[in-house]
Design a protein around this ligand. Sequence first.
Ligand SMILES: [Zn+2]
Ligand SMILES: [Zn+2]
Length: 110
Amino acid sequence: MNAERCTWCGVEVGGDEGYRVAEQAGERLAVFCRLEHVVPWAIQGPHWEAGTLREQPREEPALSECAHCGAAVDDTRVLAVRHRGEYRIADAFCTTDHLRAWAAAGGRWR
Ligand SMILES: [Zn+2]
Ligand SMILES: [Zn+2]
């Protein structure tokens, strides 16, 4: 399996760390070593790579609404999946911009 690299800074990101961000409807993907790197990436582009999540998060009710504004989202949502050891922690967003706003505020652990 090829090592994944941070879409923003290029550092290698192990399978049990970092963030995977996916726009599933468009089959677009980005990888981040840390949440803070989502912010400049979103402001400058964002530049996606073609691809899909290697590990799908479990579908939960919370993934049907934006974690930032609470709006209902459909399959055009942007998914952010935190890899932390064996855990996969997913959040959904209505737009990349709301992912950016959420990341800028520190994500889940503010
Ligand atoms: Zn990075
Ligand atoms: Zn939103």
